[in-house]
Design a protein around this ligand. Structure first.
Ligand SMILES: *Cc1c(COP(=O)(O)O)cnc(C)c1O
Length: 369
């Protein structure tokens, strides 16, 4: 049996006719950048996460960049974030000439440890970026309490968490603003790049809206030097077809996670921890095992796709060598980077495929004795 890490063809088969119809409609208009589809998507995403506004842009990376930029982050500033995330979280900080300040994560959820944020705050701290890693919200109340005390904004990196809940709120409305990605592998994926920023702040909404259009308002009159970061109408059309399915797909991932949890309960693999009152939406289902590399090799021989998110924590990346974080400086993230392994979790995965994956994992450990 072959079990891929992700098989988007199965999802496409279930929506193919609707997608083609939506794309044809855009082709008929020959209107490709921004426009009514983008506006409708912004309204739907804002309503979905209970935010006042949403601003579409070209990618999740740009969403982070625009959010920091609109909040006035620039050279000499510091932004506190997690080292255990996709590179874009920190890269967006560096691209504005600011410095990422990495603090360690919690060993159970892999999310930023709120206890470590306060000691890292200095007078140069301009923002905190928690990441809702793998689809489970970070500790928003604790993070917001530190941020409020220090009067600094919180930018949620919700790229992996569209539709995840925190108590009675949703990712994207837990901080000052929320950043989403529509990269194809996310729970709501486009057929190319796309991103969005959500916020309840009028002033921030205004700055985000013009920064993505070269700072212009009206057209050809430039208040600010911005950038070109627009969402195109074809991506918005595809996302509008997919959006009504998002809740069901998220629920499918949760059910698959529950089945793995049962199947792996008597194995040495540590399964994901769900914090009460948070709805994890499993963009990734990540187990941890000390023998990670040999397990991965074994599963590959058995035809099972896996991935390591992430093999090198950001404070240990070559490009950040000059920040001076020694090996062992953020030990929880470094240990996680050695032990985590993501298993196939996409909604269309069958029970038989999951049983096969779990069986292979158990066989690996029993052979090891
Ligand atoms: C995917 C992702 C991003 C970046 O999104 P792109 O759309 O690929 O630019 C940022 N942060 C996290 C945590 C992500 O998973």
């Amino acid at each position: 049996m072959q079990v891929p890490l992700l098989d988007l063809k199965r999802q496409y088969a279930s929506i193919e006719l609707d997608v083609k119809e939506a794309i044809d409609a855009v082709l008929a208009t020959q209107y490709f950048i921004m426009g009514p589809n983008v506006k409708e998507l912004e309204e739907k995403i804002a309503a979905h996460c209970n935010a006042g506004y949403a601003v579409a842009c070209a990618s999740g990376s740009d969403a982070l960049l625009l959010a920091l930029w609109a909040l006035g982050v620039g050279p000499g500033d510091e932004v506190i974030t997690t080292p255990f995330t996709f590179f874009a979280t920190a890269g967006s900080i560096s691209r504005l000439g600011a410095t990422p300040v990495f603090v360690d994560i919690k060993p159970d959820t892999y999310n930023i440890d709120p206890e470590l944020i306060k000691p890292a705050v200095t007078e140069r701290t301009k923002a905190i970026i928690p990441v809702h890693l793998f689809g489970q919200c970070a500790d928003a109340d604790e993070i917001n309490a530190v941020a409020e005390e220090a009067s600094i904004p919180v930018i949620e990196d919700a790229a992996q968490a569209i539709g995840s809940h925190y108590k009675d709120r949703r990712a994207g409305s837990l901080g000052t603003c929320g950043c989403f990605s529509f990269f194809p592998t996310k729970n709501l994926g486009a057929y190319g790049d796309g991103g969005m920023v959500t916020t309840n702040d009028d002033g921030l909404y205004d700055r985000l809206s013009i920064l993505r259009l070269h700072g212009s308002r009206p057209k050809y009159y430039h208040k600010l030097v911005g950038m070109n970061s627009r969402l195109d109408a074809l991506q918005a059309a595809v996302l509008l077809v997919k959006f009504p399915h998002l809740e069901r797909w998220n629920e499918g991932r949760r059910q698959n996670a529950a089945l793995y949890n049962r199947l792996l309960a008597d194995s040495p693999a540590v399964t994901p921890v769900e914090v009460p009152l948070r709805r994890h939406i499993y963009n990734q289902y990540t187990i941890r095992v000390p023998e990670r590399d040999s397990l991965r090799e074994y599963l590959k021989e058995k035809g099972i796709g896996t991935e390591i998110y992430y093999p090198v924590p950001l404070h240990r990346q070559e490009c950040y060598a000059d920040l001076g974080y020694a090996e062992g400086s953020l030990p929880v993230a470094e240990k996680a980077a050695r032990e985590v392994l993501a298993l196939p979790i996409f909604p269309e995965l069958t029970d038989q495929e999951q049983e096969y994956v779990a069986e292979c994992i158990k066989t690996f450990f029993s052979r090891k004795g």
